[in-house]
Design a protein. Sequence first.
Length: 209
Amino acid sequence: EYPVGLRRSAVSVSEFSILLTVSLATVTGVVIALVSTPRSTQNIALPVFVLGAGAMFGLGLTDLARAREARFARALIIAGVLWSLSALTASDEPALYSLGHVSQWCVDLAIAYLLLSYPAGRLADRTSRTLFAAAALLMGLLFLPTALAGQFPHPSLWSTCTSGCPHNVFSLGRSTPALVGDVVVPLREALVVVLFAAIAMAIIRRADK
């Protein structure tokens, strides 16, 4: 039997097939991109990528196959896609590198949703909805717009590059404005820490009920 609050959710074979195909295509594409990176980068990025993507895709697809909470399973697979694409920051190809950075930012939003919606895949209470809205607002105001303003911060989660890194293909200018580098970046990083601290507190309170 499933714990109280969990419901079995039927998932069509066609939906499972589509999500399985998306998962395999994503993993294959990212692996091909990582294999073309320098050996030192491969040694770090490939194992971390395989473990992370395998866990998220594996759990999501397993839950779908067993007809468990389909909404949360779908959220896991979406998070797996974003996690996989974030590994492209290790690439020397500017377009892939840029896509990887934007995806890396979106992973934070996906993780926030997974934490707040576990285990049913729904933001069941006002606190969860408020915190997720704050996460989306933070992403929409202080992260995504900066992709158009200069270069991405270095180094990144997947790359130790600090100079001579690929350029940001989304940027409308060559240099990063001082406002972005000196104010926006430190501010958003601090707010992310505050946000996830608040999410952790919300989860603890929910567990105590």
